[in-house]
Ligand binder design. Structure first.
Ligand SMILES: Cc1cc2nc3c(=O)[nH]c(=O)nc-3n(C[C@H](O)[C@H](O)[C@H](O)COP(=O)(O)OP(=O)(O)OC[C@H]3O[C@@H](n4cnc5c(N)ncnc54)[C@H](O)[C@@H]3O)c2cc1C
Length: 414
């Protein structure tokens, strides 16, 4: 077996972020390789459910040097379509991807790092962590005490309602994933209870345009990590309650209530098989309604100042209807619930990163993606550098900034 291969930068992960970084490094003539454990765009193919569609419209799906050029700019790609979009990007930019190569360790070595894979070792001065921020489910500890006879599923493993046992389903989490799965599973004939904590309510369209159009226009998605009051809090904000469908419909808690989904408060724990919900459901909903109204006020103010004139009139949406006295417990063993779906978020897998860059809670220490180790960078997590960072189109600005930083680091030679 030969010795370690040498390259200036190793990018771990061939998702859209790793590829966008590859483009930025190529544009700066920086020698690099992209190591991908599966194939390019693996997460979109292997970790999304069958009916998945993007919640961001096609016109917004862009990468450095590649925009959507199809006939449906206002449509929403399926998982397979976004995977094809990302794979086409890899070909267009001729990214130096090595597929089927899993990185199992990154360690300090001499003036840089040693990257150990199942197909040999690479040495480099810079490492870009682009292995994805959503490749493991984030499930509360008390999942361990869910009664054995109840199945547990996370959204990365969920494909279709038919894989679930017949009977009731408790969906935990009311971000985009939780709402979409709650609706789909309910429509399959399985009674659904949805546990709702803090959430972000958004209409699909407002004043005749997609809500993402307005979020972009008013600069909301450009807000920077070093300008918000509490970035740690901003990084925990759940994805907005949106779904991408041809008719551009809104998916909110009122709709789920209308079709018969049972709404409960945040799941705080389980004792002796009894799920215990917080009594804060009305408050969480009122807060989300209030934040939505404030956002719509900001959009109206922006329209008043900037036009355009061809927008439809101001709208306000019905407050979320939550009756008093929502039950605070659900005895799982005695109810018809057969499955718990944990739509409680995602986390990265950085277990292979053997560098002293984690805080006591296990979070990566970084400043807008510049990791607390020389020449190491991170991509793809919520509000990494901007509010748009966790979206596909966030890669453009983030990779440009971080590639500039990395180029400076390499040029300094130490
Ligand atoms: C359910 C869900 C819905 C989403 N919907 C949208 C949406 O509508 N619009 C939008 O813009 N964004 C959406 N996102 C967010 C975002 O675009 C994704 O998180 C995106 O996949 C992140 O891109 P990435 O390139 O950082 O990571 P990924 O796409 O996850 O790519 C990481 C790559 O690294 C590889 N990898 C991981 N570990 C290793 C290793 N040790 N060695 C080698 N390779 C490795 C993986 O196989 C993968 O191919 C969604 C995310 C999720 C989870």
């Amino acid at each position: 077996m030969g010795g370690a291969r040498r390259v200036a930068v190793v990018i771990v992960g061939g998702g859209h972020n790793g590829l966008a970084m590859s483009k930025q490094l190529s544009d700066r003539s920086i020698d690099h390789v992209v190591l991908e454990r599966g194939e390019v765009a693996e997460s979109w193919r292997a970790q999304r459910w069958d009916s998945f569609t993007m919640l961001t419209p096609n016109w917004q799906t862009r990468l450095p040097g590649q925009s959507y050029e199809g006939d449906e700019p206002d449509g929403f790609m399926t998982g397979a379509q976004i995977a094809d979009f990302v794979a086409a990007y890899a070909r267009t930019i001729a990214a130096p991807v090595v597929n089927g190569t899993t990185v199992s360790a990154v360690r300090p070595e001499n003036d840089g790092y040693s990257v150990i894979t199942d197909d040999g070792t690479w040495t480099c001065r810079g490492v870009v962590l682009a292995g994805g921020a959503c490749n493991l489910p984030l499930v509360p500890n008390f999942a361990d005490v869910v009664p054995d006879e109840i199945e547990q599923v996370n959204p990365l493993a969920y494909r279709t309602p038919e894989q679930l046992a017949d009977g009731g389903v408790l969906v935990v989490g009311a971000a985009a994933t939780g709402l979409q799965l709650a609706e789909e599973i309910h429509r399959s004939g399985r009674p659904v209870t949805l546990s709702v904590g803090e959430h972000v309510r958004l209409p699909r369209t407002y004043r005749g345009r997609d809500i993402q159009h307005w979020m972009d226009a008013i600069g909301r998605l450009d807000e920077r990590w070093d300008e918000v009051d509490d970035v740690a809090k901003a990084r925990k904000v759940a994805s907005p309650q949106l779904i991408g469908t041809p008719e551009r419909r809104t998916l909110d808690l009122n709709h789920l209530d209308d079709i018969g989904v049972e709404l409960r408060g945040r799941l705080g724990g389980l004792r002796d098989g009894v799920a215990m919900f917080s009594g804060g459901l009305r408050n969480h909903c009122a807060l989300a309604d209030q934040k939505l109204d404030r956002l719509l006020d900001d959009i109206d103010a922006w329209i008043a100042e900037n036009g355009p004139d061809d927008v439809s009139p101001v709208e306000r949406f019905e407050p979320t209807r939550i009756g008093r006295g929502t039950p605070l417990t659900l005895d799982l063993a005695r109810s018809d619930v057969r499955t718990v779906v944990w739509a409680t978020g995602f986390r990265p897998d950085l277990s292979w990163l053997e560098l002293p860059v984690f805080d006591p809670s296990g979070n990566l220490r970084h400043d807008g993606g510049v990791v607390d180790a020389p020449g190491v960078y991170h991509l793809g997590s919520t509000f990494l550098r901007r509010r748009r960072s966790s979206f596909v189109h966030g890669a453009e600005d983030d990779t440009r900034d971080l590639a500039d930083h990395l180029a400076g680091y390499l040029a300094r030679g130490r």
